[in-house]
Design a protein around this ligand. Structure first.
Ligand SMILES: Nc1ncnc2c1ncn2[C@@H]1O[C@H](COP(=O)(O)OP(=O)(O)OP(=O)(O)O)[C@@H](O)[C@H]1O
Ligand SMILES: [Mg+2]
Length: 301
């Protein structure tokens, strides 16, 4: 999908010069890409910097966005802790609770970005978690979620994109009474986590339609999480089902170990790397690191 880490080798390799007789000397101007509409950034290219921004959202609360985001960040940060940042746009609690960063002890939060002027003073709004992940924790009061405005999100992402190779955003369902649409607009990839149950599928259709209207349709990927959970729809019925119009890019299994480790505030990908969920997620990470974008099945949505 995306090459997440910058290669050190930045040499420009010159190709052979071939005289192409008979061809017009003027090459047609490539179509100009629209990056801003009425000054609103509407493309990943609208924000300078080399970092890759990945929004991870869910079709409905509880499908597993925070589980996927935190564990993905942990795996990517392995060996590259200074290159990966996890920002919590999921309001109060999600990442704090999962990583054991209670608001009483860790007051740093996303609203501190209001005072950050640039990369030099950004550390005041970051925490390095014991797992090695650099984190922007969510707000410390539930009521403060409304203060996470689009301009704050875009300012934070502009600074982070210049400092980190990968910026992972843990988001609630984009657009459901929150401003995470601003993050989706400038994300290189938007990953929607779904669960094989009826409500999730119904809300997925609504969610995908919104993402398409937002202009993110060509950057949408769907991960089926909790595949095989008791009582759920069989994964095979979803993965192969053309009528549903869902293109599933990756499948993560249901694993009781995930729930157990979440409840212990531990990241299963770190503590139980041989668990079925951890192994499947590691596979996705390899894909993210190695595969050129066009080789991964995109969500036709
Ligand atoms: N693959 C999995 N196997 C087993 N349990 C899982 C799995 N993924 C998530 N869970 C469990 O599902 C619940 C919801 O997960 P999580 O908090 O990650 O979802 P979410 O989409 O972030 O929810 P919210 O939108 O409310 O923040 C948690 O109890 C978590 O432990
Ligand atoms: Mg969450």
């Amino acid at each position: 999908m995306l090459k997440l880490f910058k290669k050190n080798d930045r040499r420009i390799v010159e190709g052979p010069v071939i005289w192409q007789g008979g061809q017009s000397e003027t090459t047609p101007e490539p179509e100009k890409e629209i990056t801003h509409l009425f000054n609103i950034p509407v493309s990943p290219r609208a924000i300078p910097g080399e970092g890759v921004i990945i929004t991870i959202q869910c079709a409905k609360h509880g499908d597993g966005a925070t589980t996927v985001a935190t564990n993905l960040a942990a795996l990517l940060a392995k060996g590259n802790p200074e290159k990966v940042v996890l920002a919590d746009l999921d309001g109060y609690g999600s990442v704090r609770s999962r990583l054991g960063l209670p608001a009483g002890e860790f007051l740093v939060n996303i609203l501190d970005w209001e005072d950050v002027q640039g990369t030099r003073d950004m550390t005041r709004a970051l925490i390095t978690h014991s797992s090695g992940i650099v984190v922007v924790p969510g707000v410390i009061h539930f009521d403060h979620t409304v203060k996470v405005k689009p301009n704050l999100i875009l300012k934070m992402l502009t600074i982070l994109k210049n400092s980190f190779d990968v910026i992972i955003l843990d988001c609630p369902p984009v657009g459901h009474g929150n401003n995470t649409w601003a993050a989706a607009l400038v994300s290189d990839a938007v990953i929607t986590v779904i669960k094989p149950d009826r409500t999730s599928l119904d809300m997925y259709i609504e969610n995908t339609s919104f993402m398409n209207r937002l202009g993110c349709g060509d950057r949408l990927y769907t991960i089926l999480n909790q595949a095989g959970f008791p009582g759920g729809i069989k994964s095979a019925d979803l993965v192969e089902n053309k009528e549903l119009g869902i293109t599933i890019s990756a499948v993560l299994p249901y694993s009781a170990t995930v729930a157990e480790e979440n409840n212990r505030r531990r990241l299963v990908a770190q503590t139980k790397p041989r668990d079925i969920f951890s192994l499947a997620l590691s596979g996705i990470v390899e894909l993210l690191l190695d595969d050129p974008r066009e080789e991964v099945t995109k969500n036709a949505g």
